[in-house]
Design a protein around this ligand. Structure first.
Ligand code: NI
Length: 161
């Protein structure tokens, strides 16, 4: 269950479903996700990456673990491009255009509504995780040709290592 799904695992392309009730099962999933994130030295992880199609994201930017349920971007401003990595795409980096500033809404594990205003890198990380919940990966910001070449290289490197 803790195994990180690697592209092109089809589950990574599916849309995650909203969490209807924050119960023990959701808590268990979030714990597994945090464990998988820390084990793999990631800063964020979305539930589809461990094979679960629920709208749950975990992020730790060095300020402690944050769990967000049903997160969504309400508004965004400005744009910039930065290279990003992803635990589901080992050893590759892709330039991704994201909003500089986002207003995000979600729920925490206590069922409390969270409204976050995020600027710069932290906002980028949440946008990346919310993309995962919609079945979008960083390679989908590339042309199909570039994506196929990069993924072929990644899979070859994985096989050879
Ligand atoms: Ni990712």
């Amino acid at each position: 269950m803790n195994e990180i799904r690697i592209y092109p695992d089809p589950i990574l392309r599916k849309k995650a479903l909203p969490v209807k009730m924050i119960d023990g099962q959701v808590k268990e999933i979030a714990e597994h996700m945090a464990e998988a994130m820390y084990t793999n030295k990631g800063i964020g992880l979305a539930a589809p990456q461990i094979g679960i199609l629920s709208q749950i994201a975990v992020v730790d930017l060095g300020e402690g673990l944050r769990i967000l349920i049903n997160p969504e971007i309400i508004e965004g401003e400005g744009e910039s491009v930065l290279e990003e990595g992803c635990l589901s795409l080992p050893n590759i980096e892709v330039p991704v255009k994201r909003k500089d500033k986002v207003f995000l809404r979600g729920w925490n594990m206590d069922g409390k509504e969270m409204n976050l205003e995020l600027v710069g890198f932290p906002g980028r990380v949440y946008q990346h995780e919310i993309d995962h919940l919609n079945g979008i990966l960083i390679v989908h910001y590339l042309s199909r040709l570039k994506r196929e070449l990069l993924v072929k290289k990644m899979l070859k490197r994985l096989r050879d290592s």
